[in-house]
Design a protein around this ligand. Sequence first.
Ligand code: KIV
Length: 272
Amino acid sequence: MSTQKGEYKRITTKTILAMKEKGEKIAMLTAYDFSTARLLDDAGVDIILVGDSVANVVQGLETTIPVTLDEMIYHSKIVRRAVKRAMLVADMPFMSYQVDSKEAVRNAGRILKESGAEAVKMEGGKRIVPLIEQLVDIGIPVMGHLGLTPQSIYKFGTYEVRAKETKEAKKLIEDAKLLEKAGVFAIVLEKIPEELAAKVTASVQCVTIGIGAGSHCDGQVLVTNDMLGMNELFHPRFVRQYANLSEVMRRAFQSYISEVKAKKFPNKNESY
Ligand code: KIV
């Protein structure tokens, strides 16, 4: 079964859960700007995530730690203007939900009210269960995120595959069940063994979205800039490159520069 663009007018949490039930895979990609979001929405992607990966691919930062709530709202607002069909999810950045639940609820509310995102994503297991319950009760849909959680990079010390050992794998399954019980509609599973992701997917009714987690998840997500090949220095094994935009862009920039220098641009038709 394939998702035809016209099949769903507007993707909601209900549509996403129905897709799992029908065995229809969910396609999710990230966006941080209007032009990319417009193309993604037009292509028929199901979920657009304004990820805190904005740190790495837009802001040129090494980790997602410095991203602020205001920056997430700024990018989500821009993306919102382009998205008509896909469900729009925004990341809660580091330290916007860790201090206390009052502040976290206010921050999640700001994301929905000020940007127009329809759900928030947050990293973590058991520790954030009471917060998820509160948000879902208020009416804020939550997407969880387990496995490699980049906001904890200084604790992990590496971007290696997580939960290869039995103890961590068991904890991850428990966390997924707790997140589901708390009311998440979906969980991102990042960089964990394929077999473990399959087990999690079979043990929860909510949707699993994998990134570097194999083919058995209910859906897949990639960072759009990575799958477009915009950074030739970054190609981990789980990223399939669907284009080589760095090459295309570099060639275009070089052609423009040489034509300007050679006085070949603009020509008569391009002038008034
Ligand atoms: O920030 C992000 O883009 C993400 C995805 C990789 C899932 O969390």
